[in-house]
Design a protein around this ligand. Structure first.
Ligand code: URA
Length: 486
């Protein structure tokens, strides 16, 4: 196995790949590695070359590829996946061998290539649509020569910062700016663009202040929001929750939605209806009261301290007569903002497993062992922190109420926290996998949490975990069906 170490960018990969092709190195014989910034800093002499490929006696291969394949490769190179360089080399290798089907969406590699490129194009589009430059706060300690007028914070789904920075550099004239992301930053000084990996302190560099234009925009945004017309699903489809935090108006959205849900919607409608002409009818004074929202008792929960840092408590979702209940760990960043479980990356992966098990999400009851998001700040990102045993126990009260209300025939616990919550004692997940048990008259199946699949570095490992989750769900489906027939 030959190790090829490269910078994590397309150009470095391309140079290394052409050289490897010239040496006829088969894809399965290469271990592609990315040179970490830490390694480079520790031993700079080792990393003089952009691509540390064993120097071939032969010149780099000349490969003629179609323009379309070229675009696909370039886009797919921005896809965040540690296996991407190996995969792109396999595509190039097959093409070089005359196998043109590799560029077709009907081919297995081709389909993956198209999927990656599509996701990256979407990420580019999103970044352009949702980056917001804001006036840098005076005193924001960005180093002196680099004091940009505007700063922006953005968390791209794929490595599209370089591409987007060029886009903004073309459009922002001579205004100077900095875009920070969790792992890199782009600076524009009015003439030159500079990209830096690992910004020194992204959150500090992004401290901004609101200028008059921004204040005006916020006032306008608030005044045009009509709670009576809020369609939350359509709203989120139009603008995904993960973009909210980078937008000036982002912090207004959760509170406006929750105000709308807790009465403003109905009150606004009542006012609108009251202004319509029509005949008077006698009404009972009690019925004439505007419908008041029931304050959510869950949201008012103070059984532990997690509520202090969460936006809101996230209740379970699904039909009260669901036969299968899925219990996760706790809401993540996006769930915390939107107030709904499993809508972020783990939720999307869970959807894949649900589909593979031939189940439908809307027939399932989805909830979490812990109802508030527990997090720590890293840069500007709120990173998940595992709930403590006391917090799981405190939240057990709410889980118990859901179990009593829904009375599912089968419960699937996703990850160790959910299993611990259900068994009311700290357990190791490994001991319970693939062993359906009975708890309080319910069949319980323990499986992995989808975020465990997300954390796997390699596609095969991710696929194995996902398959295990899908099999557990399929088993739950069979048990629930058998239960119904009894
Ligand atoms: N992870 C969970 O366990 N639950 C959610 O709702 C989201 C992510």
């Amino acid at each position: 196995m030959q190790i090829i170490s490269i910078d994590d960018d397309y150009q470095a990969w391309r140079e290394a790949a052409l050289q490897a092709l010239a040496s006829r190195m088969a894809p399965e014989d290469i271990d592609w590695r990315v040179i970490a910034d830490d390694d480079r800093a520790a031993t700079p002499a080792l990393f003089d070359d952009r691509a540390r490929v064993p120097r071939a006696a032969v010149a780099p291969a000349k490969v003629r590829i179609s323009r379309e394949l070229g675009e696909l490769l370039k886009d797919a190179a921005c896809y965040r996946d540690t296996a991407r360089w190996a995969f792109l080399y396999r595509v190039l290798w097959r093409w070089h061998d005359g196998d043109r089907s590799v560029a077709s969406a009907a081919d297995c590699d081709g389909a993956r290539l198209y999927k990656m490129a599509k996701a990256v194009r979407r990420a580019k589009h999103d970044m352009i649509a949702y980056v917001r430059f804001r006036l840098r706060e005076p005193g924001n300690d960005v180093p002196a020569p680099d004091q940009p007028e505007y700063v922006a914070w953005y968390e791209p789904e794929h490595d599209v910062l370089a591409w987007s920075a060029e886009h903004f550099a073309r459009r922002m004239g001579r205004s100077t700016w900095l875009i920070s992301t969790p792992d890199a930053a782009a600076w524009w000084d009015g003439k030159n663009l500079r990209l830096e990996h690992r910004p020194a302190s992204s959150s500090d560099h992004c401290r901004h202040t609101a200028d008059e234009a921004e204040a005006l925009w916020l006032a306008y945004y608030r005044s045009t929001f009509n709670p009576a017309r809020l369609n939350e699903t359509a709203f989120e489809q139009h603008m995904s929750v993960r973009f909210w935090k980078g937008l000036p108006e982002g912090h207004l959205i959760p509170s406006m939605i929750s105000e709308a849900k807790s009465g403003a919607q109905r009150i606004a409608q009542a006012r609108g209806v009251g202004m319509l002409g029509g005949k008077s009818v006698p009404v009972d004074a009690h019925d004439a009261q505007p419908a008041r929202a029931q304050p959510s008792t869950l949201d008012a929960c103070r059984r532990c301290e997690l509520w202090r840092h969460a936006t809101q408590a996230v209740d379970g979702i699904g039909p009260d007569d669901a036969r299968i209940m899925l219990i996760g760990e706790q809401p993540g960043d996006q769930e915390d903002l939107a107030g709904k479980p499993f809508i972020g990356p783990a939720g999307r992966l869970l959807d894949v497993a649900i589909e593979r098990a031939e189940l439908r999400r809307e027939h399932l009851y989805l909830t979490n062992a812990v109802k508030h998001f527990k997090w720590m700040l890293r840069g500007k990102r709120r990173l998940h922190k595992t709930a403590a045993q006391q917090e799981i126990e405190a939240c057990g009260y709410w889980l118990q109420r859901e179990l009593e209300r829904v009375t599912p025939a089968v419960v699937v616990t996703l990850g160790a926290t959910a299993l611990t919550a259900l068994l009311r004692e700290k357990v190791s997940l490994r001991d319970w996998l693939d062993r359906p048990i009975e708890v309080d008259g319910m069949r319980v199946i323990a499986t992995y949490h989808p975020s465990f699949a997300l954390r796997q570095e390699h596609d095969e490992a991710r696929e194995r975990v996902l398959d295990a989750i899908a099999s557990a769900l399929a088993r739950a489906r069979d048990l629930a069906d058998a239960e119904r027939e009894r």
